[in-house]
Design a binder for this molecule. Structure first.
Ligand code: ZN
Length: 200
């Protein structure tokens, strides 16, 4: 589940849960995933394209037919933070439910976060089954940290950041082209040390 993170950043405490080598693996995965989908390494990766590849359906909360008020209540009260995206299993279909009231940047980060759980093959730590048989997945802290990091790498891999910096693409265009927030862009530039590389 992706809950509200004001700056899309993975906190230091959460980062400490990541295994050694995991960040490098994410960069690599961001590249190989693009190649498999016919996208060049520096180009934006559409969440919908990845969802299709993973056999997941993306649906806005208010578009799910017959979701009970009980399930809705669970979705909207699962955390102190504001709910933003969650994976629901219905039969053999994975449905990623998004909160359509959020910004494009926020939605694409949250979508990628949910797709990252699927890509990583995460088993849910806990599940909630609603009256009509929807199974709502919940993950543990380490799985959340892994999905956060992979989502950032998939949206803005180092190769894309290098391309952006090399071509002096302004931040306004970056947020539009890659469908990300300014915060995520700045965070990824810092974390991948691209800022330092292109300072001059
Ligand atoms: Zn999650």
């Amino acid at each position: 589940m992706a809950v509200s993170s004001t700056d899309s950043a993975v906190s230091k405490a959460r980062q400490s849960l990541l295994d050694r080598g995991y960040k490098a693996w994410c960069e690599n995965t961001a590249g190989t995933t693009r190649i498999k989908l016919g996208v060049r390494v520096h180009e934006p990766l559409q969440a919908s394209l990845l969802a299709e590849k993973l056999g997941a359906v993306i649906c806005a909360l208010d578009k799910i037919p017959g979701l009970s008020s009980e399930a809705l209540r669970h979705l909207s009260s699962s955390s102190d933070d504001e709910w933003s995206a969650v994976t629901v299993v219905c039969g053999d279909k994975e449905i990623i439910v998004i909160n359509p009231s959020h910004s494009v940047g926020r939605m694409s980060t949250d979508l990628m976060h949910e797709l990252s759980h699927l890509l990583l093959g995460h088993e849910s730590a806990q599940t909630f089954i609603s009256e009509e048989g929807f199974m709502i997945r919940e993950y543990d802290e380490k799985q959340e940290a892994e999905a956060d990091w992979l989502a950032g790498a998939l949206l803005l891999p180092r190769k894309a950041l290098e391309y952006i910096k090399y071509n002096h693409i302004p931040i306004e265009e970056v947020t539009q082209i890659y469908g990300v927030s300014r915060q995520l862009y700045n965070y990824r530039c810092r974390m991948t040390a691209v800022n330092r590389q292109y300072r001059y």
